[in-house]
Each structure stands twice: as C-alpha cells, then as structure tokens.
Design a protein around this ligand. Structure first.
Ligand code: ADP
Ligand code: ADP
Length: 228
C-alpha cells in the first residue's frame, strides 16, 4: 500500500534525518512508528504526503510513485492528524469537518449525513456540537474532531503524528480506545507516530521501531513483547 524503497532525506543544513529506509505499510493495517525524538518519525510522515521530498529513493502508494500523483489527488486521499490540534478557530465544528469534502464537491445532503455519522462514531452528539466553535470544546473533544476531520472525505490513508500528546492521561486513554474501535470499523491504512511504547503496543497491528533515521525493528506487538 505504502512503500519506501531506499529512501534517504538529508536536509539543506546537512542533517540526514532518514537513511536508506525500506518500509512497507500493508493495506488496512495500523502501523505504529516509534522512536526517540529526532529519529525521523515526522520526516517519514511528511514525505508520504509530499510536504517534504526525499533526497533519494522512491515512495510508492498503490504501486505508483507519489511524485506521479497530482498533489491534490494525493493529499485528498491522505488524512493527516497533527500533534497540535489544528482546527480553524473561526469555523464551527461542522465547517471544520467539511473543508476537504467541500473541495471535493460532495453534495450537501451526503456531507451532512457523513458529519452525523462521524460525530456519533467518536461520541460527540451532533445536535449539541455541530454549530459550536472549537474553543467551546475540551482538548480531548477537539482532538476527536481533528481525527474525524481527517476521515471526513474517506481517504485511503491516515497519518497521525502524536495526535494525543497534548492530552491529559484520561482523555488520552479514551482516545486510544476510540482509535482502536474506529480502526476495527473502518480498516483504513493508518500510520501512527508515538514515542510511547505502551501506546504503540496497544494500537499497532505492527510496530516499527526507528533510531537515528533507520528502521531497527518491525514486528507485531506479540513478537516484540516476547523478545528479551
Ligand atoms: P522525530 O519526528 O522522530 O522527532 P524528525 O523527523 O522531526 O524526528 O527529525 C529528524 C531529524 O531531522 C532531527 O535530527 C531533526 O533535528 C532534523 N530535522 C527535522 N526537520 C528539519 C529541518 N527542516 N531542517 C533541518 N533538520 C531537520
Ligand atoms: P517532533 O515533535 O516530531 O520532534 P520537532 O519539534 O522536532 O518535531 O519539529 C517541529 C518542526 O521543526 C518540524 O516542522 C521540523 O521539520 C522542524 N525542525 C525540527 N528540527 C529542525 C532543525 N534542526 N532545523 C530546522 N527545522 C527543524
């Protein structure tokens, strides 16, 4: 589904963030990307939707080089959930969720139904919250909106970069459960960045352990736990 072949990224200042990376993410799996700060997780994510271009190597999605997709086609098909909650503050919750579907010219009726569905899915009552502004929601609720906004236009791929890092432990645990349940329902290809091993083991179908720009281990949580 997503394939990195011999990918290297060196930033203009000479920092090599990713070294000869080979990685494949299977269709419908949640891959947890874990490693210490600075190991290249965010760089990896940003290369998938071409916010950053690799210095060398190839990245394929559905067996096609990402450089051969139109940039909009690529980005619309990839939902990105950011570390910092990045909702538009002047827009209501429903307007926030509608941004990409509207660019894709979804019909109003289909979109409205979709918003209800998505909000219900993460336990936000549409009646109550549709017309509110982000500032009228708690941090955890805003982060949920961030997640469903990424899902709104039904992308094939979802990238989540430490989506829970700004949350208190209880909201964090609740959202982990949500994501697990969500993934069981929608079976999207998800790449999930975290620096929390418990979170990686709890959520990942497979866990990819990175260090200094390289993949050091890639396995199921079961196999990783069994290793000494
Ligand atoms: P992580 O997400 O795992 O913390 P990053 O991908 O953000 O790691 O960073 C990997 C390495 O690349 C780090 O050494 C970081 O300082 C460096 N880096 C990230 N972005 C830039 C940039 N724009 N310019 C130069 N170096 C960068
Ligand atoms: P993370 O939380 O993933 O480690 P950082 O806080 O390291 O992310 O980076 C935040 C932003 O700063 C990113 O957009 C990254 O590309 C950029 N950045 C990180 N390191 C450097 C660097 N050494 N030089 C320039 N930009 C950097």
């Amino acid at each position: 589904m997503i394939e990195f072949k011999n990918v290297t990224k060196t930033y203009p200042d000479g920092t090599t963030a990713i070294k000869d990376m080979d990685l494949s993410v299977k269709e419908g799996e949640l891959l947890a990307l874990i490693g210490p700060s600075g190991c290249g997780k965010t760089t990896t994510m940003k290369m998938i939707n071409r916010l950053i271009e690799p210095t060398s190597g190839t990245i394929l999605i559905h067996n096609k080089k990402i450089s051969e997709y139109k940039i909009n086609e690529l980005r619309w098909n990839i939902g990105y959930v950011l570390q910092q909650i990045a909702l538009f503050p002047h827009m209501t919750i429903e307007e926030n969720i509608s941004v990409v579907p509207e660019m894709k010219k979804w019909k109003k009726k289909d979109l409205s139904k979709r918003i209800d569905e998505l909000m219900d899915m993460v336990g936000l009552d549409p009646e109550t919250y549709r017309k509110r502004k982000p500032s009228e929601l708690s941090g955890g609720q805003q982060q949920r909106v961030g997640v469903i906004r990424a899902l709104a236009a039904d992308p094939d791929i979802i990238l989540m970069d430490e989506p829970f890092s700004a949350l208190d432990p209880i909201s964090r645990e609740q959202l982990q459960t949500d994501i697990r349940e969500l993934q069981q329902k929608i079976r999207k290809t998800i790449v999930f960045v975290t620096h929390d091993m418990d979170e990686a083991l709890a959520l990942g179908d497979r866990v990819c352990l990175m260090k200094e720009g390289e993949v050091v281990q890639l396995d199921t949580p079961q196999n990783l736990i069994m290793q000494p």
